[in-house]
Structures are given as C-alpha cells and as structure tokens.
Design a protein around this ligand. Structure first.
Ligand code: DC
Length: 230
C-alpha cells in the first residue's frame, strides 16, 4: 500500500540508541509502502571516512573543514538499506566499535549538522511516496512539520541488552558506552513536544512496529479528511 499526498508523508522516529528505532522504522516503512531514511548512518559514514583518512575526530575545526568533502549516499529502500562513501559500500564498516565510539563527537560539530541536515531534507522531499525517517532530531529540526512524530525509548538496561545481543558484546560495557553516547548526544536528542512517546522496555519490536503503523494510518486518514473538507 502506498500513501499518496501532496507533500511527502513523513513519519519521524527519534530516540536514544538501542530503543529499536531501526527495526521498527524499517517495519513501518515496509507495512505502509514508504521509503526509509537512517540519518544516523550518514553521521556514521562521515565518521568512518574521517577515521580512514587519519583525521582527528576530536579536532572540531578540522572536522568542520572536511565535513562536505566525501560524497555520502544512503539507500531509502527499507528492504535494502546500504550506505556508500565516494561510491564504496561502507554499510558494515560504519557499525564498528571505533566508529560508534567516535560518531558523537563528529555529530555535534555545527557544520556537520548543517551539511547533513540539508542532505536529509532533500532526500525527504524527493520521497514522493512518503518516508519514515529515524534519528535524534527529525521531529524537532529536520522535519518539524511531520504529521506523525514518535519518540521511541526504553530503559537503559533494556537498550543495552538489545545492543549487546546485536553485537555479541557484554551488557555492562555496552551500557557504559551507551551512557557516554547518551550524554554526548543529549543536545540534539530532545523529544518534540508533539511527539508520541513510546516506551519499548516491555514491548516486542513487532508490537512497537504495529503501534506506529496504526498511528500513521490514523494520521493519513486525518490528513485526507482535511483535504476533502477544503
Ligand atoms: O542512531 P545511530 O546510533 O546510528 O546514530 C549514530 C550517531 O549519530 C549517534 O551518536 C547520534 C548521531 N545522530 C545525530 O546526532 N542526529 C541524527 N539525526 C542521527 C544520529
């Protein structure tokens, strides 16, 4: 099923790492025939490129200078998400512990955010069928007019367990790492006032996917009713 509306129908999914944003966002996109955008992958791609060039990611001025150099591309197909830098597929490289440890310091550089947010807005605008965009600031900054905003969270133990299982890592080190990233990402991770808060601590990911899909269907019907009454 595709949703057609005059401007792309945007579902903004924000929240901290490990809450299940990626799996649920992809599931919602599949269920509704929408595109999918993983904005975190774009920050990771830039971080991977900086690291592979030997740049010091803690040097904000240098990171700002280099922010627009690599060509970063992401797929918007929820069934085939990939990330490329200068034509090279880096989908696996951007998930390493080294990139995860350094991405927050790259993501907080204002020039980096300006550049990647402009790219994200262009991708969203081009998604004629609509798009599920996940990140930290989609509902507040990237797409503040999104008709559906979700803030997906879960308690820190549940998030660390999910992440540790995905990466085959120990829960305690994952939780410590996660707490550090939460702190560094806090400035750009606020919940939009009009976002629906979903706490996934005791919910399965399929249940969360169904909840968001149902909310999106509701909002599209409301949007269509608004069109008809014009
Ligand atoms: O969702 P993730 O773990 O792949 O995100 C990687 C990093 O990028 C994370 O530290 C926060 C940052 N990020 C951001 O600042 N803004 C976004 N819209 C998405 C991610």
């Amino acid at each position: 099923m595709g949703i057609s509306s005059p401007s792309p129908f945007v579902v903004a999914v924000d929240g901290p790492s490990g809450a299940g944003k990626s799996s649920t966002s992809r599931g919602v996109a599949r269920a509704l025939g929408l595109n999918y955008l993983d904005t975190g992958a774009m920050y990771r791609a830039l971080t991977w490129w900086l690291v592979s060039c030997g740049a010091d990611t803690a040097d904000q001025a240098r990171v700002a200078e280099l922010a627009t150099v690599p060509a970063i591309e992401v797929s918007t197909d929820p069934d085939d998400p990939w990330t490329r830098v200068d034509g090279r597929d880096v989908s696996a490289d951007i998930r390493t512990t080294e990139v995860s440890a350094k991405v927050s310091e790259v993501a907080r550089v204002p020039e980096v955010r300006r550049h990647l947010i402009a790219k994200q807005r262009a991708i969203i605008k081009a998604a004629a069928a609509g798009i599920v965009a996940e990140g930290r600031d989609i509902g507040t900054v990237v797409a503040p007019d999104a008709p559906l905003k979700v803030y997906l969270t879960a308690d820190s133990g549940a998030r660390a367990q999910r992440r540790a299982a995905e990466h085959g890592a120990a829960v305690d080190t994952t939780e410590a790492d996660q707490a550090r990233r939460d702190r560094l990402d806090a400035a750009q991770s606020a919940k939009a006032e009009d976002a629906v808060l979903i706490d996934a601590t005791d919910l399965s990911l399929p249940a969360v996917t169904q909840m968001i899909t149902a909310l999106a269907r509701e909002r599209t019907q409301l949007a269509c009713a608004g069109e008809k009454s014009r």
